[in-house]
Design a protein around this ligand. Sequence first.
Ligand code: CDP
Ligand code: CDP
Length: 231
Amino acid sequence: MKRNYSIAIDGPAASGKSTAAKIVAKKLSFLYVDTGAMYRAFTLFLIENGKNPCSEEEALSLLPLFEMKEDKEGHVYLKGRDVTSRVRENDVSNEVSYACAYKAVREKMVELQRKMAEDESVVMDGRDIGTVVLPHADLKIYQIASVEARAQRRYLENQKKGIPGTLEEIAKDIERRDYIDSHREHSPLRMAEDAIVLDTSNMTIEEEVEEILSLFSKKAGVKWNDTEQSL
Ligand code: CDP
Ligand code: CDP
């Protein structure tokens, strides 16, 4: 039987994880899982139901009712409603690092994420994929980029999507989230010991994708053929 492969991509906000992960998954015909979108969906669920994401008691009171779906392209659905764009808006970005930090929330999400990786080869991106979710991943990438590069990229992206915010506000938001994410008690953002660092500050998306594919071929000992687009 053909074995399943997994690629874990972690790193700070707006370092280019999901853009590259999505393309790599498509080229390899793997499932793409955007774990940030899952935590964002939970945060939106709390906001829409009038719960304060900073209160553990309030957040956990809705956890048993939280149901979401993510399709192969990384679209996220809350009770059948496509919230892919909605979860990128500022109210969610501002609160997500609080809502995702509770132990019970992480346990539920990790269980869902591992289930998704059970029967299929996956590319999964987030903060704790190489350390907690898929500790035996075939390839672990820890993606970084300067705050300036990340803020500039997210600024352009938000402008295209019509999400308000100055470059300074965006830089502050990503630094604030990085700080909370890397200092929380449960599954903080940190590099797995066996991860490979990829600094994307001066890389195009194409270069990033090429590098990840090449590292994967070497690490997993498989030849990847661009013309076949599948393993
Ligand atoms: O795209 P961006 O880097 O802005 O964020 P994201 O990947 O959508 O993740 C949003 C937030 O969810 C992060 O800032 C973390 O607080 C949380 N997150 C997490 O704790 N663990 C993950 N595996 C993925 C995201
Ligand atoms: O998933 P993560 O938050 O790490 O970052 P992303 O959402 O993939 O990337 C943030 C923005 O940077 C997106 O608009 C990408 O198109 C852009 N980007 C870029 O311009 N150059 C790269 N090498 C990677 C991403």
